[in-house]
Design a protein around this ligand. Sequence first.
Ligand code: ATP
Length: 223
Amino acid sequence: MLNVDCHLTLPGQTLSYQLKTPEEITCLGIKGDSGCGKTTLLRIIAGLEHQAHGYVEFAQQQWQYTQQQKFIHASERNIGFVFQDARLFAHLSVAQNIQFKGNKRALPGFEFKRVIETLDVGHLLNRRPVNLSGGEKQRVAIARALTSKPRYLLFDEPLTGIDHNHKVIILDYLAQLKYEYAIPMIYVSHLDDELKKISDGTINLNHKNNPFTMLSNPNRAHG
Ligand SMILES: Nc1ncnc2c1ncn2[C@@H]1O[C@H](COP(=O)(O)OP(=O)(O)OP(=O)(O)O)[C@@H](O)[C@H]1O
């Protein structure tokens, strides 16, 4: 599912990743201590870290191979990315943020109406991000990622700041997308109950030599 052998030199430190996980994983969970490099790994996979050197393959797509001067641009990777902080466009309304890519014909499971209802953002469509709470912003960010016709999804602690009731509904929906449409996903969280619900296996980035652990998942029977 994920095959990464690369490093990135940042001011004061070098982050190195050597990870290989089984192909049959549809949703890979990632956890690890704060600052261990989870967000940076997602950014490398998404093609947002141009200084990263090495090899990156995700869901059988070879996206980077520095030795062969191969680097697929972020915009060609068809990834829906939900960042830890929503990163909405401040000058656009919620509706414009969600429809930013102007997609008319959504993929099955990702229909605009369904996404809007499930994320419960219909009543927010005319507002600007400055007039949203943190949890509302995050729900809009998830809606935007899901309606962008993604072939792959990367989630970086996407439910941060979202209240319990919405969390349960959103996690159910994401799990359903995974089971019904087999969308390859990576889900970063420090919460085991979220990872159990959504992931087929989890990497602990702190454990360099034993990175992959299967978590029991009560919903696997649907898969
Ligand atoms: N642009 C940058 N310049 C310099 N250092 C950076 C940059 N981005 C990240 N880092 C450093 O790289 C390391 C990994 O950061 P990263 O954000 O990937 O960690 P994380 O595991 O996602 O943390 P958290 O769980 O707190 O979000 C940290 O030490 C961080 O300070």
